[in-house]
Design a protein around this ligand. Structure first.
Ligand SMILES: C[S@@+](CC[C@H](N)C(=O)[O-])C[C@H]1O[C@@H](n2cnc3c(N)ncnc32)[C@H](O)[C@@H]1O
Length: 273
């Protein structure tokens, strides 16, 4: 139905009238009235959504991506699905672990994960870690992961303020991993995180970050960040963009997989050696 609504701009008045006539003939007035309501309502909601995105940018508003809102939302999230509500398919997840995570997270790394949630990627990171530190704005997630991974002696979990890496020593970390987290973090907080990356990464260390690319215009409750703004910030902090991609190809199947549903990207940030 959304496609039908989206298609309306392509139709001239005569075509629209013919479509309306056909709909009434085949479905009756009541159904057509409801369709009209849906049609008008969706046009208004699309307009409001677009206006929200531009207003947020022009006025510097946090939208629904402030640290306090993120904390509220994730503390009260129903984590029963373990984060797999954001996994489009089992093949996608396996391929991401094999072709995105493993090649970029060497074994025996000193790892930080920002925003582990319920541990969707944590279970694949911990076995590759000499030391693993999970840092999340949500105390619910920290408690959940601490319980779930209590058996892993090299793992610890703690909360933060949503823009810092408390308790992490300078130049101590090889890899920072964060998936489905920076998509919800605004540029001002990303800037603070990048200062922290510069501080805690060892020379040559890397951060693998999944993020939005277009300041929320394609939906998905994305933050105000665009790729070009993110890249400029990374460079301004003395870090480098080592890799940036929106999809990867699985060498075993030849299938292409998108990193996210909303035109998202993964950026690998390097601290110069
Ligand atoms: C969509 S969930 C993703 C969880 C997990 N990474 C996954 O992929 O299943 C977002 C996670 O990021 C955390 N989060 C949101 N904003 C954050 C911030 N500013 N700093 C640290 N964690 C944050 C939330 O508490 C939650 O655990």
């Amino acid at each position: 139905m959304k496609d039908l609504i989206g298609n309306r701009r392509r139709l001239d008045l005569g075509r629209k009238a013919r479509l309306l006539g056909l709909t009434v003939k085949e479905n009756g007035l009541f159904y057509t009235g409801l369709l009209g309501l849906y049609y008008a309502g969706s046009a208004v909601s699309n307009l409001a959504f677009e206006r929200m995105q531009t207003l947020r940018k022009s006025r510097g508003l946090p939208g629904v991506n402030s640290r306090s809102l993120n904390a509220e939302i994730w503390n009260s999230w129903n984590w029963e699905a373990g984060g797999d509500e954001w996994t489009p398919s089992a093949e996608w997840k396996t391929s991401l672990v094999e072709n995105v995570l493993k090649p970029r997270v060497p074994e025996a790394s000193d790892i930080i994960e920002i925003g582990p949630g319920a541990g969707r990627w944590t279970e694949h990171l911990i076995p590759r870690a000499s030391r693993y530190q999970g840092i999340d704005i949500s105390s619910t997630c920290v408690e959940l992961c601490a319980k779930k991974f209590a058996h892993a002696a090299q793992a610890s979990f703690r909360t933060n303020d949503g823009n810092n890496l408390p308790g992490v020593e300078d130049a101590s970390v090889g890899i920072i991993w964060s998936f489905d987290v920076f998509v919800h973090i605004n540029l001002a907080d990303i800037a603070s995180y990048l200062d922290e990356f510069q501080r805690v990464l060892k020379p040559g260390g890397r951060a693998i970050i999944h993020h939005g690319t277009n300041a929320g215009h394609t939906g998905g409750w994305r933050s105000d960040a665009t790729t070009s703004e993110l890249n400029a910030l990374i460079e301004s902090k003395g870090l480098q963009v080592a890799e940036q991609f929106k999809e990867w190809t699985d060498p075993a199947t030849g299938d292409k997989h998108p990193v996210g549903l909303y035109d998202d990207a993964v950026t690998v940030i390097a601290k110069p050696a």
